[in-house]
Design a protein around this ligand. Structure first.
Ligand code: COA
Length: 162
């Protein structure tokens, strides 16, 4: 083993005890990896008024997978039938294959009990990642955050029929 070899991340369903660490990984991922695709004001406002409790309903529904290495949450994915709803990797783990690994597991969960193509709502910066996984852009959309009701441009995408 070389000095900088790291053990692989393990992936498991999140519990409520993970919610703070998941929220911190969420912020770390967005504030670094999305920064080039949105304005400084959008970045400042992204998490306004939100806490780790934002992930409680999905965790309680068993719809969040968390990736960790040596107790540190490196990323997570969320799903509901038909859609992968969340996919965030910390910058220190980005580009290592972890996002793809989480995404494939979340897609497998989203397919359960669902007929028809899977969908994602892609941030501007992640559209290329989803295209590599066989998704195509369907329509421009946006979500709204903060007291100022800022709009964040996103792309609704759908997995091409196989
Ligand atoms: C999108 C994200 C999850 C990808 O995670 P990752 O761990 O870096 O991805 P991987 O290392 O598994 O990359 C898999 C492949 O996709 C490519 N890829 C990764 N991000 C990409 C991007 N933004 N655009 C195009 N290709 C990308 C990689 O080069 C790699 O290609 P390869 O298999 O040919 O080497 C990660 O960049 C992230 O968390 N971004 C910020 C949060 C975000 O916007 N999430 C999407 C919310 S909808």
């Amino acid at each position: 083993m070389t000095l900088n070899a790291l053990p692989p991340a393990s992936i498991r369903p999140a519990t409520l005890a993970d919610s703070q660490a998941v929220f911190e990984a969420h912020q770390d991922s967005v504030l670094t990896l999305c920064a080039g695709a949105y304005t400084p004001l959008q970045m400042q406002t992204w998490f306004e008024g939100r806490t780790h409790q934002v992930h409680w309903p999905a965790i309680q529904a068993g719809q969040i997978l968390v990736a960790e290495r040596e107790g540190r949450v490196l990323g997570f994915a969320g799903f509901v039938p038909g859609e992968v709803t969340l996919l965030f990797v910390r910058p220190e783990a980005a580009g290592s294959g972890l996002g793809g690994q989480l995404f494939r597991l979340a897609m497998a969960q989203a397919e359960i009990g669902h007929d028809g193509p899977l969908t994602v709502v892609a941030t501007r910066n992640s559209q290329g990642f989803y295209e590599r996984h066989g998704f195509v852009a369907k329509e421009a959309s946006f979500f709204v955050r903060g007291a100022a009701e800022l709009r964040y441009e996103v792309v609704n995408m759908q997995r091409a029929e196989r």
